[in-house]
Design a protein around this ligand. Structure first.
Ligand code: DTP
Length: 310
């Protein structure tokens, strides 16, 4: 999953507001480690990004869902002065800037970044000079730092999708490959490529760890030539439709849908949709045979992947 999030697109009439909200979101996630504020800023940015009109005042913005008093005041301040005091202060804070920079490296989370900064490691160059202090994952992160920051054009993903499908079908025609994430939502470029690979012999609740590990290994072997480094090999097993729904996103869409599921008495994650009993304990997973099923169960209007860009 890619690290940099950007809801701005060509049709966004409120992109300047979105930019400062996203910067505030990053600050809350990386420096303050306040996930609620992070989510609130991202939600507001996402709502503004898809609003079909240029917002002209904080009061006008406040009518949109997800925009409260504080964000509406920031919009007014930005409209009146062209900047935000809060962001100006953050820009002056060298440690905050350093933490933000380090968290751009895959494998470096906010806690680790703060620890690096405390120990005087404050830039990508500092990380490169301290390779012995990095995990395997972080080493790959700094090695390809500039590459990972680039967006991948849709055409390039289509080429890789073709190659991936060929390689995998040759290994075993029963594998299915679906590229999810922003690509499935129809975006022209993506931060990364989220490939969901499934095989019918990996069934729900089957205790076939060894079989799974072997299949996974053969898959990674088959990808030699396409793959330059392996960060880690997990053994997560999940139900296909909940997984494809989750990995298609967007993350804001997922969060809204999950909150709706909870309202309707279900818990939804990348593995399953489960009813929540009166005791609050989730029950057995609901049988799902399409993405639409998930929407149906929780009484949520169906959205095509392209309509999930919020
Ligand atoms: P990008 O173009 O930046 O890669 P993306 O494909 O939507 O955009 P990711 O690759 O980071 O985003 O993640 C793939 C999907 O996984 C995402 O669309 C939704 C899901 N996801 C990731 N993080 C979260 C989260 N924190 N909450 C809910 N869903 C998430």
């Amino acid at each position: 999953m890619s690290k940099r999030k950007n809801p701005s697109d060509d049709n966004n009439l409120n992109s300047d507001f979105c930019d400062f909200l996203m910067e505030l979101a990053e600050y809350e996630k990386n420096v303050s480690r306040n996930v609620h504020k992070y989510n609130a800023y991202r939600k507001a940015a996402s709502v503004l990004a898809t609003h079909s009109k240029r917002i002209e005042s904080g009061d006008e913005a406040k009518k949109l869902s997800g925009i409260g008093d504080k964000i509406s005041k920031k919009i007014d301040e930005f409209l009146q002065t062209g900047k935000l005091r809060k962001l100006e202060n953050i820009h002056q804070d060298e440690d905050a800037q350093a933490i933000n920079t380090l968290t751009r490296v895959t494998g470096v989370g906010p806690v680790k970044a703060a620890e690096f900064v405390r120990n005087g490691i404050k830039s990508i160059e500092d990380l490169r000079n301290n390779i012995d202090k990095l995990t395997h994952h972080q080493t790959i992160g700094v090695r390809y730092f500039e590459d990972f920051e680039k967006k991948i054009p849709r055409k390039e993903i289509q080429d890789i999708e073709g190659k991936l499908k060929n390689l995998i079908k040759n290994l075993d025609p029963e594998f299915t490959v679906t590229i999810c994430g922003s690509y499935r939502r129809g975006k022209r470029e993506s931060g990364d490529i989220d490939a969901l690979v499934t095989h019918p012999s990996l069934k729900i609740n089957e205790k076939k760890k060894k079989h799974e590990a072997k299949l996974m290994k053969s898959l990674v072997d088959a990808l030699k030539g396409l793959v330059t480094d392996v960060i880690s090999i997990g053994d997560t097993k999940f139900m296909y439709y909940c997984a494809i729904l989750y990995f298609t996103g967007s993350d804001v869409f997922n969060k809204t849908m999950r909150a709706h599921a909870l309202d309707k008495g279900f818990t939804l994650n990348e593995y399953a949709l489960r009813p929540v009993g009166v005791t609050g304990v989730p029950g057995e997973p609901v049988q799902i045979s399409s993405e639409e099923d998930v929407f149906d169960y929780i009484d949520y209007p169906y959205k095509t992947p392209e309509e999930r860009n919020m």
